[in-house]
Design a protein around this ligand. Structure first.
Ligand code: BG6
Length: 511
């Protein structure tokens, strides 16, 4: 029995759940872009709806298109109404929130943009009383991250009466060297503690729940190691294609777009050691240590442990779906991976020799992200062979999206006089268990940045460790000539991916 002091709620971590939200201005570079419309503005509106923002909260949107404050407000209203997925739009909340929205046309390559911004911020600070606190959010072309931060530094906007923080969207660099270079440039203006590199997967409720499941319970951790776990599969499948982002995606590819950041962070969350506390750096130190223990492949191992794929055209649901090479902005000879899979090993005591299979792809049969943890078989067949109608291994499935939840698959006795076993599932479902809406990743992460909590943001050492892990694969792929396309849109990816698992006697789960 644990004793708690009177009035103290053991489930409340004051740092994250009872935090005071300071007044501040959020300056969004790239305010006319897709991310602002689809994610940032709906998330901020929703925080306002939940009364999580301070009364004087303000947003200054910046992009090149000339627009008045009112035009910007109108545009944002349309976006919020359109992209606010599962919550109501409230006119009263909107009109008070919209009073805090301002717009400034500016070209980040032009020094005038920063002097204009300085002036604009002074006005907004006076009007809204934001206390000199500013969160700068870079949602522009990645090539503009460095110049924008430098521009802020030139006019002294990186310092002020209140705090100044910089949120940087992905991709953080194109490889290890460029990621390092970008950190060096940003550090000239913002210290690491004020740099918030966003990885929206870490903000997802279900990814945060991995920590709750592992470290809030006593039953899982004893099994969470090489003695009981045979292997782990991490899947992030998307049914959509590149949706008008062909030009960006052609340069990135699936390994950079999803595995280098999101899925390696998810893997680190599943495999890191428990941190001593839930303080940001305590958690981040463990993530970082884990990422630095992932074995870096030798170039001659890449063919065995990594698979690249690209989708070709197909007829799906009565419609002709173009192949990647036929998408707008894509080179008809493109060698870009729209599917990537890799086998990683973690060279530490807990995980030695356990394969971690990670895959992600566009135009797969459905949108599903999950972690499937496969346990070793029972060591001895007490019931003889052939007792099970269908042999399945014990699986713990953490469903990131959709149908967020956790399932445990095991064998059970089928009713009857004989001893026949059948696979069954014990399920926890977020929606039905809690019956309340989960905040979007951007809501969580924006609020974290405003309150100065970097637990779910990536740090320089983490980003560099994950670049180091994917770099040999990227280098080998860059000089390879693939026979693309090698999977049809709507299929589960290239057969080479199945062969990769078959080397260890494993098969991909079909979620
Ligand atoms: C982004 C990638 O980071 O994540 C996109 O650039 C991808 O290509 C997206 O579609 C997936 O995010 P989610 O939250 O929809 O799984």
């Amino acid at each position: 029995m644990v004793n708690h002091m009177a009035g103290e709620n053991p489930f409340h971590d004051p740092l994250r759940f009872e935090r005071k939200v300071p007044e501040c201005a959020v300056v969004i570079f790239g305010a006319n872009g897709d991310l602002t419309k689809r994610k940032l503005m709906p998330a901020l509106y929703r925080l306002a709806f939940e009364r999580r923002l301070s009364p004087g909260f303000a947003v200054i949107g910046i992009s090149r298109t000339p627009m008045s404050d009112d035009q910007f407000r109108e545009k944002m209203r349309e976006s919020v109404q359109k992209f606010l997925e599962d919550s109501p739009f409230d006119e009263n909340v909107w009109s008070s929130f919209a009073q805090g929205l301002f717009y400034m046309a500016g070209n980040v390559d032009d020094a005038k943009c920063y002097t204009d911004l300085k002036q604009c911020l002074e006005g907004v600070e006076k009007q809204r009383r934001t206390g000199g606190n500013v969160l700068f959010y870079l949602s522009t072309q990645p090539s503009q991250y460095g110049p924008t931060a430098t521009g802020l530094g030139v006019v002294g906007l990186n310092k002020g009466d209140g705090w100044r923080r910089l949120v940087v969207e992905k991709p953080f660099g194109h490889d290890l060297a460029s990621s390092r270079e970008l950190s060096t440039t940003l550090h000239k203006v913002f210290v690491e503690e004020d740099l918030y590199r966003i990885d929206h997967y870490l903000g997802k409720e279900t990814v945060q729940n991995i920590l709750a499941l592992r470290f809030g319970n006593g039953i899982f951790e004893p099994l969470w190691n090489r003695r009981y776990i045979s292997h782990v599969q991490i899947t992030a499948a998307e049914s959509i294609g590149v949706e008008g982002r062909g030009a960006y995606y052609q340069e990135a590819g699936a390994l950079r777009d999803m595995i280098q950041n999101h899925l390696l962070q998810v893997m680190a969350t599943v495999t890191m050691e428990p941190s001593a506390s839930f303080q940001p750096n305590s958690v981040r130190d463990e993530r970082s240590k884990l990422l630095r223990s992932v074995r870096v492949m030798r170039p001659d191992e890449v063919a065995r442990y990594a698979v690249a794929g690209q989708y070709g055209p197909a007829r799906l649901g009565g419609e002709n779906v173009p192949g990647f090479r036929q998408e707008q902005g894509v080179d008809p000879q493109s060698q870009t991976d729209t599917y990537a899979a890799a086998t990683f090993f973690i060279d530490n005591w807990r995980w030695a020799k356990v394969p971690f299979y990670i895959r992600s792809g566009k135009r797969l049969p459905k949108r599903v992200s999950e972690i499937s943890i496969q346990f070793h078989e029972a060591p001895h067949a007490v019931f003889g062979n052939g007792f099970a109608e269908k042999a399945i291994p014990n699986l713990l499935i953490l469903r990131i999206q959709p149908e967020e939840g956790v399932s445990l698959k095991f064998l059970s006795k089928r009713p009857g006089t004989g001893m026949t076993l059948r696979p069954v599932s014990m399920d926890f479902n977020y929606g039905s268990s809690f019956g309340e809406r989960s905040p979007s990743a951007y809501e969580t992460l924006l609020l974290d940045a405003i309150t100065g909590d970097a637990t779910l943001y990536t740090r320089q050492d983490m980003v560099e460790a994950s670049w180091a892990v994917v770099e040999p694969i990227l280098e080998v792929w860059q000089t390879s000539r693939f026979n693309f396309p090698n999977y049809a849109a709507g299929s589960w990816g290239p057969t080479a991916s199945d062969v990769m698992l078959a080397q260890h006697g494993h098969v991909w789960r079909k979620p």
